[in-house]
Design a protein around this ligand. Sequence first.
Ligand SMILES: Nc1ncnc2c1ncn2[C@@H]1O[C@H](COP(=O)(O)OP(=O)(O)OP(=O)(O)O)[C@@H](O)[C@H]1O
Length: 233
Amino acid sequence: MAFVEFDNVRKVYQSGEVKVEAVKGVNFIIKEGELVIIVGPSGAGKTTVLNMLGGMDSCTSGDIFLDGAKISKYNRNQLIKYRREEIGFVFQFYNLVQNLTTVENVELASQICKNPLDATQCLKDVGLGERLQNFPSQLSGGEQQRVAIARALAKNPKLMLCDEPTGALDYVTGKNILKLLQDTCRNNGKTVVIITHNSAFEALGDRIIRVSNGTVSEMQVNPDPMPAERIEW
Ligand SMILES: Nc1ncnc2c1ncn2[C@@H]1O[C@H](COP(=O)(O)OP(=O)(O)OP(=O)(O)O)[C@@H](O)[C@H]1O
């Protein structure tokens, strides 16, 4: 069995009489240690897929597996433990706690995990060893996203899920963040999933999953991913 598997996954949102079928029978696999780009236009269903894989949302039908566990059948308490221990999240807007220092932000996340990594070391690994005692407001956007990546890494998760991680950053800073995520995958053997609307990011991935209108239109394995510093958009 693959490390991650989506088997005919559907998600229907219902509010009153109105039903929105956000995900319409999605199938894909991800192998351990891959850098995966899930790409598609706005409204295609990318975030819904990511939320189900991250245990933040449930699927209406179908099955989702991570490392042999059928997470689509998890109850509420199992999902809480799953989100805490198995998944590192990186979002577009960093979501740091403003009144905690850099190292405290990372420790806050690692304290709730089973096998956390050292917070200071994780910050050193993302190039912020000199900024441990700064507050988020004293850091640039790119540096704040590095803290968010260190926070996700410190949980020592099975999977890193990154939703538009460069969406709030300028071109050069965005590229540096992509390089950091690619290095995290290569050097730490982490499975990293990036969702984006930017098709230029496809070249980075070991696997590209194209989503459109709630379905996977194509899944492609890329034997020769491009280093992040060489992609352009
Ligand atoms: N909680 C919700 N309730 C109702 N409809 C929803 C909900 N969340 C998402 N949708 C709908 O599901 C569809 C897919 O949304 P989703 O956010 O997954 O797309 P996306 O590809 O991530 O788009 P974007 O890049 O703009 O974030 C859209 O039509 C959206 O309006």
